[in-house]
Design a protein around this ligand. Structure first.
Ligand code: TYM
Length: 334
């Protein structure tokens, strides 16, 4: 608890162009939860280097992501918005937790399997221990709740297992976190291959709507989205392309899938896809405008980066010192 509130932690990688999936599956929920919890939202730049990055591009994207958090409606005076690499406790706790995580557990992680297949020339140790750094992120702030999309559930389960294992050995050191999965939008699929999640690393740009796509591009991508020949707007697994578009429309408008089915009863896919495109534009356009405004205010963003890194460091150090003591590291002499 901080200020009588439960604690929330989440993060996003500044790798590639963020997609509508990142927004609907994560960021949008963060904004809804931000009053109820004491929140830490990190730009997880240390995770990003598990895949080769161009340094200048990474720096630029990390700043753009931090700005996006604020543009999406997270008040940086109330929510701690910071770069993971500005808080050395993440790396320090990650090392300790590495010693409490089994190779077999990490071998089972599907994201590791996917990423090592994709980057066969660079299967580095960081890619393998990536979930341990993620556990350190969460446990460092004693988070009660972690809002994520479904694809991160396996990592969250591992985080819980590590926390429980550590607590069994040393007493109640860590809060065991719960995942928070939104009711709609927790798994947005590719517009071109609805069996695959919408992803920033997809090679086909028509499969993803990027948060910075202009309105014409968004409408065009929605119009081209893969559906089927049933010509009926129904929410069912047999129509994965249509189901995904209903999910997107629901998440953007707040309507339930059943309400969406009613709205488009007797109408064709053309009308439906156009409405989906417009609903996405109505959500993303204000976000894009706000990003541009904020980007122009360099001093403001800099001040947020400094203040919030100090705040994050304060809470991170509290947990880290406790953990260091538990495992037997010598006390610091002041
Ligand atoms: P990342 O950067 O891949 O994604 C950020 C968030 O977006 C969600 N997401 C989706 N949700 C719905 N549909 C999709 N198609 C979709 N694609 C992505 C993800 O589930 C995630 O919530 N390892 C994490 C970052 C991380 C983290 C953490 C998250 C590092 N430390 C601690 C939570 C807590 C990742 O790579 O997310």
């Amino acid at each position: 608890m901080i200020n009588d509130k439960k604690i929330l932690f989440s993060g996003m990688q500044a790798t590639g162009n963020l997609t509508l999936g990142n927004y609907l599956g994560a960021l949008k929920n963060w904004v809804n939860l931000s009053d109820e919890y004491e929140c830490f939202y990190s730009v997880v730049d240390m995770h990003s280097i598990t895949v080769r990055q161009d340094p200048a591009t990474l720096r630029k994207r990390a700043r753009a992501l931090l700005t996006l958090y604020i543009a999406a409606g997270l008040d940086p005076k109330k929510n701690c918005i910071y770069y993971q690499s500005h808080v050395s406790g993440h790396a320090e706790l990650s090392w300790i937790l590495n010693c409490f995580t089994y190779m077999g557990e990490l071998n089972r992680m599907t994201q590791f399997k996917d990423k090592s297949a994709k980057h066969a020339d660079n299967i580095n140790a960081g890619l393998f221990t990536y979930p341990v750094l993620m556990a350190a992120d969460i446990l460092l702030y004693q988070a009660d709740v972690v809002p994520v999309g479904i694809d991160q559930m396996q990592h969250l389960e591992l985080t819980r297992d590590i926390a429980i294992r550590f607590n069994n050995l040393y007493g109640d050191v860590f809060t065991v976190p719960e995942a928070y999965i939104g009711k709609v939008g927790a798994k947005i699929m590719s517009l071109q291959e609805p069996g695959k999640k919408m992803s920033k690393s997809d090679e086909n740009p028509n499969g993803s709507i990027y948060l910075m796509d202009d309105p014409d591009t968004i409408i065009r991508k929605c119009k081209r989205a893969v559906t089927d020949s049933e010509a009926c707007v129904a929410y069912r697994d047999e129509q994965p392309g249509v189901k995904n578009l209903i999910d997107i429309y629901s998440a953007c408008t707040g309507k339930t899938p059943a309400e969406v089915e009613c709205e488009f009863e007797g109408k064709g896919y053309g009308d439906f896809k156009m409405a989906v495109g417009e609903a996405v534009v109505s959500i993303l356009k204000p976000l894009q405008d706000r990003v541009k405004e904020l980007e122009a205010d360099k001093a403001y963003i800099d001040s947020i980066i400094k203040e919030n890194a100090d705040k994050a460091n304060y809470y991170a150090t509290k947990t880290l010192r406790k953990v260091q003591r538990k495992v037997g590291f010598p006390d610091r002499i002041r």
